[in-house]
Design a protein around this ligand. Structure first.
Ligand SMILES: Cc1cc2nc3c(=O)[nH]c(=O)nc-3n(C[C@H](O)[C@H](O)[C@H](O)COP(=O)(O)OP(=O)(O)OC[C@H]3O[C@@H](n4cnc5c(N)ncnc54)[C@H](O)[C@@H]3O)c2cc1C
Length: 434
């Protein structure tokens, strides 16, 4: 039986595992490595908690674990604890599926040094209960600026403006809900460099934001009547029409959404903490400033390199999923899928097709690949002093979260603290030893 390692248990890694487990051309055993004891990647730690229907994809993805030939090694960070070259000694092939866990910077004064200026990614990780996320101190935030006009920017704006009671039915950790209940956000400026017809948010996400109870919408920097809607594609036309409808019917709300187009931030102001943001018009070069206690940049995620693996522009260079060297030749045994393959964009479904392409090439290559004597990955872990978590450990976390949710009449309440997750993992392992 051939052996394949997958690095990353997000949607792309789990689609690849499921596809490998169900194909019939080559017998394959699959080990999935993730640095977390919890699978699902950004489905769990990115997709907004109030988008419950998207979250249900987890059931489809978890089908990969039904195969007796698929194992889960959580709490293993490839790159730091285990090098890719060591995995290649244990497996016929390795698929990199570790997503894009970094983010792009604006490169403007104040961005990195002022308290209250951070990436939307950090904010998303926090409200999603990622164990690495830092607590957010939101009780003093009245005014927030969100830079970027994609769906992630819309998600974080919605979470800031939505009534926390409406979020209390979701899987958000209790600590997050408690912090959101302490907020008094009055204004959010959502800022894009170009016009509303060029914004990348989808119409469904935009309407959800514009329809929030008690939130007024103001339009800044764009004249909708000057846009020739008939020349626009469907998404852009619906977006312009939705904004026009929202500003035509003010809600007299206590909270305000300011949609700013054709502007870019040029400086984040403040001494220790953020106090304001200065913008420049991309149309006439004029400037204006707004007060702000929080700035979230949402201008794109970015991949991290792994030691010894080719890397360029935030991705692993590849030809249809086969990892390539600078000269275009492919690296035997190394494959890639998902965001780290094609860049940080695309919905969950896009990863299914992406993984199918990679898996098809891998299966074809495995049929030609000479048999090697492979090292034992479990011995490698012992050598490296790694105590990996298993699928059974994840199932215990899953049950504990469902039980926590049950107490509050919800489907699930996430466990966000490392020590609680590790207690659940190691309590059982210690019991097995004694
Ligand atoms: C904020 C946000 C909201 C989104 N909302 C939606 C939505 O509503 N609907 C939708 O369809 N799509 C949405 N998406 C897109 C969707 O989440 C992605 O398409 C998908 O998660 C990408 O899958 P992936 O497997 O490539 O990466 P990821 O989901 O990022 O998974 C990568 C996995 O690799 C692990 N990992 C990382 N580094 C290492 C390492 N060194 N060693 C071991 N493991 C590692 C991580 O822990 C993670 O589990 C959203 C994305 C974001 C960022």
């Amino acid at each position: 039986m051939r052996r394949v390692a997958i690095v990353g248990a997000g949607p792309s890694g789990l689609y690849a595992a499921g596809q490998l487990a169900t194909q019939t051309d080559v017998e394959v055993a699959v080990d999935i490595y993730d640095r977390l004891p919890t699978p699902f990647g950004l489905l769990r730690y990115g997709v907004a908690p109030d988008h419950e229907s998207v979250k249900s994809v987890a059931k489809t993805l978890a089908a990969a674990f039904d195969s007796p030939h698929v194992r889960y090694f959580g709490l293993v960070e490839v790159g730091t604890q285990v090098r890719p070259a060591q995995l290649l000694e244990c497996y016929d092939a390795v698929i990199y599926a570790y997503g894009s866990e970094n983010d792009r910077k604006l490169g403007i004064p104040g961005e990195t040094e002022l308290d209250g200026s951070r990436s939307a990614r950090e904010f998303v990780s926090w409200y999603s209960g990622h164990p690495d996320a830092h607590a957010q101190d939101l009780d003093t935030v009245r005014n927030a600026v969100v830079v970027g006009v994609g769906n992630v920017a819309v998600d974080v704006t919605r979470i800031l403006l939505k009534d926390p009671e409406e979020l209390s039915v979701t899987d958000m950790p209790e600590s997050v809900l408690a912090e959101l209940r302490r907020t008094h956000v009055e204004n959010v400026w959502l800022v894009g460099r170009r016009g509303p017809e060029n914004a990348s948010f989808t119409n469904k996400e935009l309407r959800e934001l514009l329809e929030l109870d008690g939130v007024d919408t103001e339009l800044v920097g764009a004249d909708l009547t000057a846009i020739e809607v008939d020349l626009l594609d469907r998404k852009a036309r619906s977006n312009v029409e939705s904004i026009a409808a929202a500003i035509a019917e003010p809600k007299q709300g206590k909270r305000h959404l300011h949609l700013v187009f054709n502007h870019r931030p040029v400086a984040i102001k403040g001494v220790e903490g953020v106090t304001g943001v200065e913008f420049e018009s991309n149309l006439d070069g004029s400037h204006f400033e707004v007060p702000a206690d929080l700035v979230l940049r949402s201008i794109g995620y970015f991949g991290n390199p792994l030691p010894g693996v080719p890397f360029a522009d935030g991705r692993i260079p590849n030809l249809e999923g086969r990892v390539t060297e600078e000269d275009g030749s492919s690296r035997p045994g190394e494959y890639v899928t998902g965001w780290i393959k094609r860049g940080p964009s695309g919905l969950i479904g896009a990863n299914r097709k992406d993984s199918a392409e990679t898996v098809a090439h891998l299966v074809a290559d495995l049929q030609q690949m000479p048999q090697r004597v492979l090292a034992d990955p479990e011995e490698l872990m012992v050598e490296r002093g790694i105590k990996a978590s298993s699928l059974a450990d994840w199932r215990r976390i899953d049950e504990a979260e469902i039980a926590r949710g049950d107490l509050r009449g919800r489907e699930r309440t996430k466990i966000e603290a490392w020590h609680d997750l590790l207690d659940l993992v190691f309590a059982e392992q210690e019991e097995a030893v004694s």
